[in-house]
Design a protein around this ligand. Structure first.
Ligand code: ADP
Length: 659
């Protein structure tokens, strides 16, 4: 067996290239490229002629500069006998994309003599991409877990061993190696939550619950308990179908729990706020609520007054310098900015905030929240601390909720004030009318007396014409008196001055008295009166007032009837009723409710003769008021062209009900 010829060597190199599964290149011991596999020229997008027969440099030149540098040294060492570790090299393709290759190299020895080097290049671009993506996902997940205070875990159901991401331990203030078995964690669970938590896991493992989902408190290294929400499920079963692995995620929900607790205690304060009748009370309760729910060094309650914010109450300040008691809305400062922007301002470090004016140089952080009713700025709630970063978004949410409760309370107070002043105005008006009516009545009574004296011939005998004129004047003055009386009545009952003097009486008697008053007119106009009563209709009522009601209703009936008035009465269901029906013009349906309103009158052309002048539109208003004061009702039922029925119901006289 002689030494192999060059031909033999070539044969060997070719063979290598064909046999090796990876794209391959062979160089001889002098560094000349002797053979290249087709796969290699394909993946490197290279011409075989440019490589074969050329020095190894031609191959190196296909790769990026840094890769060339790295490999040149490695190959030199490799030829001298050192191992060639797999290298990842980079190449830019003609299309401009970057591809990655893993290069491996082996020395080819035949009978201890170095014949050359076999280089394989494996395209790892896709693998690298996926790896990078995975790393990115992992990094992202890790950072999400750290910032979101959540961690994953898995537990071997057979051994109880746990595997978890480190956050699960560090969140509790411990090094990860403290935990290896699930009991290392569960022994830290709050005794009150322990059994419930274990039961939740058992229920899931037994198939009673689809998921393991439980909220518990767990002890932090500091000794303080934190609230966690733990959710998981079986992810692997053994061949017998028994659970093998449970995987889950645990989230620190302490902040959420705290905000919930704060919101709950705020709710109690809000209820007190809403019941407060004075501004001072609202301010006091708000500051108390701030004190109970938020940590702070100083707190202030500002109200907007014109172009200024005025401090109305505070906590923590010994004394506030005058210039900070009133803040101009045109000025600077975080409180003012929050007012002007109508939104919360959370400043973690006031020293980094150019717009801050410190009432005390000790202040480091501040939270200001506007109090708004719809779009109107009412004031600002402001809290400050000597600590940096003293307030977070949870505090902001709490203070914002409080500010909206304050707004509701202030709005309620405003509405109430408005109502009270309207009520007061109404009372004043009624009192005025009562007084003015009284002033009218005195001269009217004198006028009436004088007219009567004139009519009786006290000042000399009258001609027929004079007598007629005086009669007409008397009618007019009677109606004037009636109108003034109506005014007085309505105003008195509005201002609740109207007192009823109730006695036991028979309504049938009162009707007779009322009819008596109109006997002449009834005769003159030929109106027939038909009466039909079941009984005397006993009630307890104010006789005079009730007679006035009948007067009004009968007068109206006379005014509008054709020729007949029917008066009926009866008892039933604990009430006594009386109805007065005429067969006249009737009242259109649209007017039927309105006729009880003051001064409302149906169109003029319906009135008979000269009476239209007298109607003041107050009669029915007075009637309704009187009846309602007797706890009764007055209703109308009417058909135009046929007539109207006015019905009164009153509670029946009964020793027990006092009516
Ligand atoms: P007035 O002093 O004008 O009669 P009222 O308050 O007694 O005032 O009545 C209000 C209005 O109701 C009257 O102007 C009239 O248009 C209508 N009205 C009252 N009673 C009758 C009736 N019996 N028939 C038709 N219309 C009536």
């Amino acid at each position: 067996m002689g030494t192999p010829t060059e031909k033999d060597e070539l044969q060997l190199f070719k063979h290598m290239c064909q046999e090796l599964p990876d794209p391959t290149l062979v160089i001889n011991e002098r560094g000349i490229i002797k053979e290249v596999s087709k796969e290699l020229t394909n993946i490197l997008e290279a011409e075989p002629d440019k490589l074969v027969g050329n020095p190894f440099e031609a191959f190196l030149h296909l790769f990026s500069k840094e890769s060339q540098e790295k490999m040149r040294k490695a190959f030199q060492k490799h030829i001298k006998g050192e191992k060639f570790p797999p290298y990842t090299v980079k190449m830019r393709t003609e299309a401009g994309t970057t591809r990655f290759f893993e290069l491996n190299s082996n020395r080819l020895k035949v009978e201890e003599e170095l014949k050359g080097i076999v280089v394989t290049a494996r395209d790892i671009t896709e693998r690298k991409k996926i790896r990078e993506q995975l790393r990115e996902y992992k990094d992202r997940l890790e950072s999400a877990m750290i910032s979101g205070e959540l961690a994953w875990w898995e537990m071997n159901c057979k051994t109880g061993a746990v595997n978890f991401n480190h956050g699960k331990a560090t969140m509790l203030g411990y090094p990860p190696n403290k935990f290896s078995h699930y009991t290392d964690f569960t022994e830290l669970i709050h005794p009150k939550d322990y059994e419930r938590t274990m039961q939740a896991m058992r229920d899931h493992l037994n198939g009673k619950k689809e998921k393991y989902n439980v909220t518990y408190r767990i002890r932090h290294r500091s000794g303080e308990y934190r609230w966690y929400n733990d959710v998981g499920g079986i992810t692997k079963w053994d061949e017998e179908g028994e659970p093998l692995k449970v995987t889950g995620i645990v989230v620190n929900i302490t902040a959420r729990k705290k905000i919930q607790e704060k919101m709950n205690s705020l709710h109690a304060w809000a209820q007190k706020l809403n019941k407060t009748e004075e501004m001072e009370g609202i301010i006091e309760y708000t500051l108390n609520a701030i004190e109970k729910t938020l940590g702070f060094t100083y707190a202030a309650f500002f109200l907007k007054e014109g172009d200024f914010l005025q401090i109305k109450g505070n906590r923590g300040f010994e004394s506030i310098p005058e210039k900070f008691q009133t803040l101009s809305l045109k000025g600077k400062g975080i409180t003012v900015k929050s007012a002007n922007m109508k939104k919360a301002m959370l400043v973690k470090d006031v020293r980094e905030h150019p717009e801050y004016i410190p009432p005390s140089s000790k202040i480091r952080s501040e939270l200001a929240v506007p109090i708004m009713i719809d779009d109107e700025l009412i004031g600002v709630l402001d809290i400050e601390s000597t600590q940096k970063n003293a307030f977070d978004t949870t505090d902001q949410k709490v203070l914002e909720t409080l500010a909206s409760h304050v707004a509701v309370a202030i709005n309620g107070l405003r509405e109430k004030k408005k109502r009270i002043s309207l009520q007061r105005l109404d009372e004043l008006r009624s009192q005025f009318i009562v007084m003015a009516s009284h002033e009218f009545l005195t001269p009217l009574t004198t006028l009436k007396a004088r007219l009567e004296m004139l009519q009786n011939g006290y000042y000399g005998k009258l001609t027929k014409e004079q007598e007629e004129k005086i009669k007409s004047l008397q009618k007019t003055s009677d109606h004037l008196v009636q109108m003034v009386e109506h005014f007085r009545q309505i105003s008195k009952s509005r201002s609740k001055q109207l007192q009823l003097e109730k006695t036991k009486c028979k309504l049938t008697n009162l009707i007779e008295i009322a009819l008596e008053r109109y006997s002449n007119i009834l005769k003159e106009e030929g109106i027939m009166i038909v009466k039909h009563f079941d009984s005397p209709l006993s009630v307890r009522c104010d006789k005079d007032k009730m007679t006035q009601v009948f007067w009004n209703l009968i007068e109206n009936a006379i005014d509008y009837t054709k020729d007949r008035i029917l008066i009926k009465g009866g008892k039933g269901g604990g009430t006594v009723w009386i109805s007065i029906t005429d067969n006249g013009t009737g009242i259109p349906e649209k007017d039927q409710e309105k006729i009880f309103e003051p001064f409302y009158r149906v169109e003029k052309d319906r009135y008979k003769g000269d009476r239209e002048f007298y109607g003041g539109g107050l009669g029915l208003t007075v009637c309704k008021q009187i009846i309602e004061q007797h706890k009764g009702t007055l209703q109308v039922d009417s058909t135009t062209g046929k007539g109207s029925t006015f019905t009164i119901t009153l509670p029946k006289h009964n020793k027990n009900n006092g009516l």
